[in-house]
Design a binder for this molecule. Structure first.
Ligand code: ADP
Ligand code: MG
Length: 299
């Protein structure tokens, strides 16, 4: 479990992160969303002890990060936003090099590397890292983050800048890591993928917490369901004039009412029926996480 309390980071007098307080529970996929410059990478780097908070505390499995770095490092796997890999090494050689750093014996390391490369669809692999595509390099970086079998994974934009297929593959792989019992904290921009993948989400802007909760909770909290009513009016001019409100528009061959207010739906329905019109379709429209995100960050 990760406990973050009143976390702040100043770069000189610029506040990059302020007053972040959240927990990440074991086995959870926790997503951090925010526009560029919101403080996502700064937050993730503080979580793994790569940079020091200006103030506030981070505890991992009950241990304070600042004074238990050695124990904590062994349970964390990090994927930086721009992972630099050793371009001249071959993939397996590179991963073996890292397993040696973690003190794994060669047999275990080879088994683990084989499994990771297979799971990541990178097997067989004896190519030089420098010759790999961007997506493959990202997968190698992911394999590296998993080589010491950490319980907690901190991934900074794992699927960003990759083709949709690789990006989806990585999203699914993160889901698989959760099924294996890992806890994952990651930042990303694809809100559609995050909506499906994350147990809970933190939305930040200008380093500040804007929303925290499950995708469902955030949707409920920040946006209401809208109602959509499609109807025709049978050439009734009076009714047309009465009904021409702001949120009724003409689409192809029918009128469409879009509103968050059920009372409006009721009164418009009555008018349609009494004026000889006909309701063609009625539906509810759930906001997407992206709708809400845009609303939160543009306010
Ligand atoms: P994100 O990952 O959400 O795009 P970052 O955490 O990288 O955002 O950056 C948050 C803010 O802190 C940005 O305004 C960025 O310019 C600033 N920043 C990040 N690193 C440094 C640094 N080493 N020195 C000064 N400012 C920094
Ligand atoms: Mg970043």
């Amino acid at each position: 479990m990760i406990e973050v309390n009143d976390l702040q980071k100043f770069y000189e007098d610029f506040s990059a992160v302020s007053s972040l307080t959240f927990n990440v529970y074991p086995g959870e996929i926790f997503g951090i969303i925010g526009p560029n410059g919101a403080g996502k990478s700064t937050t993730l780097k503080m979580l793994i002890g790569l940079i020091k908070p200006t103030s506030g505390t981070i505890k991992i499995n009950g241990l304070g990060l600042s004074s238990n770095m050695v124990e904590i490092k062994s349970i964390l796997g990090f994927l930086p936003e721009d992972s630099t890999l050793y371009e001249n090494m071959e993939v397996e050689e590179y991963l073996l090099f890292f397993s040696e750093l973690y003190g794994l014996d060669k047999k275990d390391a080879n088994e683990r590397i084989f499994r990771l490369l297979t799971d990541l669809s990178l097997n067989p692999y004896s190519k030089k890292i420098g010759d790999l595509s961007k997506g493959m390099k990202r997968k190698v970086a992911i394999a590296r983050s998993l080589i010491n079998e950490p319980d907690i994974l901190v991934y900074d934009e794992p699927g960003s800048g990759l083709d949709p297929m690789t990006s989806n593959f990585i999203t699914e792989y993160i889901g698989q890591l959760k099924n294996e019992g890992k806890t994952i904290v990651f930042s990303a921009h694809n809100l559609y993928q995050m909506d499906k993948l994350c147990d809970r989400i933190l939305i930040i802007k200008d380093g500040k917490q804007k929303a925290l909760g499950s995708p469902g909770e955030i949707k409920k909290q920040y946006s209401n369901t809208s109602y959509r009513l499609e109807f025709v009016l049978d050439n009734n001019k009076d009714a047309e004039i009465q009904l021409k409100q702001e949120n009724i528009f003409w689409r192809d061959d029918r009128y469409v009412l879009l509103t968050e207010n059920i009372e409006t739906v009721n009164s418009v329905t009555k008018k349609i029926i009494t004026s000889g019109g006909k309701i063609l379709e009625m539906s509810t429209v759930e906001p997407t996480l992206e709708d809400i995100f845009l609303r939160i960050v543009s306010s």
